[in-house]
Design a protein around this ligand. Structure first.
Ligand code: NAI
Length: 699
């Protein structure tokens, strides 16, 4: 069992001990109940202190039990909390470090609570599409007041124990300990001081009231509605807290339970839980064990101070890691530094960064024009022009100067990482680190594993990614890696849709209504249509038979590269990002259609969404089957964190699972019959066909 019993004279101490965060799994719950029985049986014990070992009081439910029968097996959390409330001797929760979710609900079942300063307290269930399900919505308003409690429940954000102790009239903490070190002594003394109190105080017996209840809850509902349009849980948090103020405690508990169970079965909740697990799983690489030794990364060099080099450098400066940037000319370095300064100064102006922090970060940045100055860096990331000849020169130069064991990374988005590795005599030290633009903002990092990349290099860069707060996913080497390889199919479908009768606006609106941050044409305008143009020119040589709509080429021939030229698929007003439809572009599309002899047809929004999304799904299935991605959930993570796929749908493959793979393949077979589309592409990938036939899912 993962909870222990120990007596300290007349006080029993029950310690949750289920690393890393004392999740309330079955064995921990059983351990608490067994320890309570022991404390009850010992007449010498007058009170109990409940605490957590190591780095937490408790982080809540044990995520390893998610979806398994153990999660609900008796004693479930509700029964354990009831056992605390009904215990005949006082129970004092000694809270420290982390007290979240079920952990906080457990503490609210104790008769008293003593907290250490610096403890993070939260009910984060809303982040998984749920509401607290073990009394959190009923008990927290009773100890913290309705407004403070609802703010915590609806946001899921952690609040520091010192802050909570200052909430006027709060009864969450009976005492704030002087320090984390003195917590246990203070909790033991407190337990002794209340050992004879009867009846024992219960949170459930406190009132939950708001002086202007109806008006307040109306206001809260309006606020929540605006902020969470695709998610049902936040509004349900308001309902549940309101119930705490209006219903008897037991009825409120039943109401909370009913909402909790109903939310559990919503697709939004399934999507969020999927992503929670997927994001954590992404850092695990099947053949790279977790205990693989890592190389020490204390300093970083960045080659190229352009758009990407600057953003990449900022990530390391933010994490307190010194960066040296190298360029060909001093002017380029000056420009790069000026951009970094401008970005930081904007943050300072907005109050997001303190002036002294900004200065500390800039002090970590240095520059050079000489490769010899980089020789001691532990990691070097190249972000120069996307030309294989330029990459070759850079990697040969790095190979000549870098100390043995340094990791040599390329930020290339389209070039062959194996080829780049072979420009050096140490291909085992070479890896792709594909950041997304703006690199200081976007969370996704594709780690491109070359044929020769050493396991300890992979383990190291995955851990570096965590340090700079990126979500890293491993991709094998292929054209476009995971994300861009998929997006190419999606953009290609967008082109066919124009040929068949759609406008860019219709396509964008349909997929934005589905939940994408941006449709393919607005995305093209943002990224620059000339980038795709260059790729298509290369493709025309490599795969001359690849079918695609020529409208995008025609657009580029007009110089309409997108936002940077003020005109692309749409028009743009300087300083604004609003996409304004342009009559000439529509005419260009119509003329091209005429030239192809196509009569425009009305395409439904449903067809637009299916063709765009299922094109991602089919390409993803190929990527999985080829072993470019290690697992389906990695692909979902790439799309959510790098490409604006709607979070409430859980990623392209999770979405396909929800639709049902049989239905997905049926739709693909229909699309294959459209003579204006690419019939060969719509043959379901073998993996997809197999899963559909077996009634299975990707995830
Ligand atoms: P950029 O043109 O803004 O910056 C490139 C910089 O490299 C320039 O400042 C240039 O002076 C410098 N440079 C060129 N050759 C050099 C050399 N031999 N030695 C030292 N410095 C040299 O280009 P950007 O957009 O930053 O792209 C850089 C790399 O990042 C490319 O490989 C690109 O494919 C990749 N990438 C770009 C993304 C984007 O959205 N812009 C996204 C992901 C990857």
């Amino acid at each position: 069992m993962t909870a222990h019993y120990q007596s300290h004279g007349d006080v029993a101490v029950i310690t949750l001990d289920n690393p890393p965060v004392n999740g309330l799994g079955l064995s921990t719950r059983q351990g608490i109940v067994a320890a309570l029985e022991q404390a009850n049986a010992d007449a010498a014990i007058r009170a109990v202190v409940l605490t957590g070992a190591g780095k937490a009081f408790s982080g809540g439910a044990d995520i390893r039990e998610f979806g398994s029968p153990k999660a609900l097996q008796d004693p479930n959390l509700l029964s354990v909390i009831l056992a605390l409330e009904n215990f005949a001797k006082p129970i004092v929760a000694a809270i420290h470090s982390v007290c979240m979710g079920g952990g906080l609900e457990l503490a609210l079942g104790a008769h008293y609570r003593v907290a250490a300063p610096g403890c993070k307290v939260a009910l984060p269930e809303v982040k998984l599409g749920l509401i607290p399900g073990a009394g959190g919505t009923q008990r927290l308003p009773r100890v913290l007041g309705v407004e403070a409690a609802l703010n915590m429940i609806v946001s899921g954000e952690a609040v520091n124990s010192e802050m909570l102790a200052q909430v006027p009239g709060q009864k969450l903490f009976d005492k704030l300990a002087a320090s984390a070190e003195s917590l246990m002594d203070e909790a033991l003394a407190f337990a002794r001081s209340v050992a004879d109190v009867r009846p024992l105080p219960l949170v459930r017996n406190l009132p939950a009231k708001h002086p202007q209840g109806d008006a307040y809850f109306q206001f809260a509902r309006n606020m929540v509605k605006g902020m969470s349009k695709n998610f049902p849980a936040p509004a349900k948090c308001v309902d549940a807290v309101e119930a705490a103020t209006k219903k008897k405690f037991a009825d409120g508990m039943a109401f909370e339970r009913e909402i909790f169970i109903n939310l559990m079965w919503t697709s939004e909740c399934r999507a969020l839980r999927h992503l929670f697990v997927a994001e954590r799983a992404a850092s695990k690489i099947p053949d790279v064990p977790e205990d693989t030794p890592k190389r020490n990364i204390q300093s970083v060099a960045v080659i190229g101070a352009g758009t990407m080099g600057g953003g990449i450098s900022m990530n390391f400066l933010n994490a307190g890691i010194p960066v040296k940037m190298l360029e060909m000319k001093q002017e380029a370095l000056d420009r790069g530094i000026a951009t970094i300064r401008k970005n930081y100064e904007a943050q300072v102006k907005k109050g997001k960064l303190k002036q002294d922090k900004y200065e500390q970060r800039m002090a970590l940045l240095s520059t050079t024009l000489d490769y010899a100055d980089l020789k001691d860096a532990d990691l070097v990331i190249e972000a120069v022009f996307e030309e294989i000849g330029v990459k070759q020169k850079v990697f040969e130069a790095l190979d000549a100067v870098m100390k043995p064991g340094a990791i040599l990374a390329s930020n290339t988005s389209t070039l062959d990482v194996n080829k780049i590795a072979n420009f050096t005599k140490r291909p085992q030290d070479v890896v792709g680190l594909h950041f997304f633009s703006p690199a200081n903002v976007m969370k996704l990092l594709e780690v491109v594993r070359g044929d020769a990349t050493a396991k300890d290099v992979l383990a190291t860069v995955m851990s570096v990614a965590k340090k700079i707060k990126k979500t890293a996913v491993v991709s094998g080497v292929c054209d476009g890696f995971i994300g861009n390889r998929m997006v190419e199919q999606y953009v290609r479908q967008g082109g066919f849709l124009l040929d068949e009768g759609c406008t860019p606006e219709q396509v964008d609106k349909a997929i934005e209504k589905f939940g994408f941050a941006m449709g393919p044409f607005r995305m093209g305008d943002l990224a620059g249509n000339d980038i795709g143009w260059a790729i298509r020119k290369r493709r025309a040589i490599e795969h001359p038979d690849m079918k695609y709509s020529k409208t995008a080429d025609l657009l580029c021939e007009k110089g309409r590269y997108g936002q940077k030229t003020g005109a692309g698929w749409y028009d743009y007003v300087p300083g604004k990002r609003d996409a304004i439809p342009n009559a000439e572009v529509i005419q260009m599309i119509e003329e091209h259609r005429k030239a192809l002899g196509i009569t425009a047809r009305k395409v439904s929004d449903e067809e637009i969404v299916q063709r765009l999304v299922f094109s991602l799904v089919n390409e993803a299935a190929h990527i999985l089957e080829e072993g470019i991605a290690n697992k389906a959930s990695d692909i979902d993570v790439v799309y959510i964190f790098g490409y604006g796929f709607p979070v409430h749908r859980g990623g392209p493959l999770k979405y396909a699972d929800e639709v049902g793979l049989f239905n997905v393949t049926q739709a693909m077979k229909r699309f294959a019959q459209n003579p204006l589309d690419d019939a060969a592409f719509w043959q379901p990938a073998p993996l997809l066909a197999r899963l559909a036939a077996e009634g299975k899912t990707f995830n």
